[in-house]
Design a binder for this molecule. Structure first.
Ligand code: ATP
Ligand code: MG
Length: 320
């Protein structure tokens, strides 16, 4: 068994308020991340994602709990732990406005004590990967917000640290830019050279690049599993029936009573029923109900769930 690269033990963060009403932003969460794992942190607004990431990069001190990064105690010896970490926080594009794209990358590599000659090809690769070649001589302040965001992530990567923490990297980017950044992150993830924790509202970011997802709600972990496991689990139980014409009232109410209905839609001259089944034999029960109303079944197939749906389900049925 390998040592985890990052470990959080019983992490709790309470924001003290002057007039009482303290906010428990992170409430006793524990997880560990293995070397080169790519983990998504998902949760609704206010779930505690940013607070967790800020604790992990020692920007704020937790109220309770422990964090170890590469064996170093991040609370007692933050400097030692931070040697292994680069972070890009939400809305904070930590780059130098007056330096060009390439100069920024050289600067951040230099800060790590990496000689420019040694990192030149890495910088070339990053410029290529983040599609910034055309702008490599442009000052950061003259870039679009999306490009600045890509540069901020590239600057975090050029440091060559083992751990990369990204808080909402695609927030506020348009579809094209978000896609470019996601593509670059996916490439990074697939190379398997970094341990990445990425928080995002954008489920497709997590579904695309992460092998594992930790879902948090109200400061607590509600799920910690492989993305593929979650998708499989839900795929097995979600079915779609297509029938000719419309359901009659009796059929519709029996279906609603008996099953967890995901959706009933009525495009054109047919009806689509999406339903979640607890076991396979329930298929026959649905067929009975449909047959009783003389409905003709045109197709039955398994639905492909996406992470968004799973997320909503878990969070709705979740922590509280
Ligand atoms: N500096 C602060 N002082 C007081 N409360 C705070 C502070 N920062 C965050 N909070 C509260 O802590 C809780 C968690 O906030 P956090 O920013 O970690 O959530 P988040 O999951 O990142 O949300 P979002 O998706 O909106 O970015 C929220 O209730 C928030 O209002
Ligand atoms: Mg946040």
């Amino acid at each position: 068994m390998t040592e985890p690269v990052l470990e959080a033990h019983h992490l709790t963060k309470v924001y003290k308020q002057r007039r009482g009403n303290d906010v428990v932003a992170v409430d006793d969460i524990s997880f560990s991340v293995q070397k080169n794992e790519v983990v998504g942190l998902l949760g609704p607004n206010g779930a505690g994602k940013t607070t967790t990431i800020k604790c992990l990069c020692t920007l704020i001190g937790p109220t309770e709990g422990e964090i170890h990064i590469n064996g170093a105690d991040a609370i007692k010896s933050p400097r030692l732990a931070l040697k292994h970490v680069a972070a890009v926080l939400e809305g904070n594009r930590n780059i130098y406005w007056r330096l060009s794209v390439r100069e920024n990358l050289e600067f951040f590599a230099g800060l790590q004590g990496l000689p420019i000659r040694q990192v030149r090809s890495h910088i070339d690769q990053l410029i290529e990967l983040f599609q910034l070649k055309e702008k490599e001589r442009t000052e950061a302040r003259k870039l679009s917000r999306g490009m600045q965001q890509k540069l901020a992530v590239a600057c975090a990567l050029v440091k060559g640290t083992e751990v990369l923490l990204l808080d909402e990297p695609t927030l506020g980017l348009d579809v094209g830019m978000s896609h470019e950044l996601r593509f670059a992150l996916k490439e990074m993830a697939q190379r398997g050279e970094r341990t990445i924790i990425v928080s995002s509202h954008d489920m497709s970011v997590v579904q695309d690049i992460c092998e594992r997802v930790i879902i948090i709600n109200s400061g607590r972990i509600v799920t910690d599993d492989k993305v593929s496991n979650l998708l499989k689990l839900f795929q097995a139980s979600a079915y779609r029936f297509e029938i000719e014409g419309r359901l009659d009232e009796h059929q519709a109410s029996r279906l609603q009573e008996r099953f967890e209905m995901l959706k009933i839609s009525e495009p054109d001259y047919h009806t689509e029923i999406e339903v979640e089944l607890i076991n396979g034999s329930q298929i026959y029960e649905i067929m009975e109900i449909l047959k009783a109303g003389d409905s003709c079944i045109k197709a039955i197939d398994r639905r492909e769930p996406d992470l968004e749906e799973i997320f909503l389900k878990i969070v709705k049925g979740g922590a509280n």
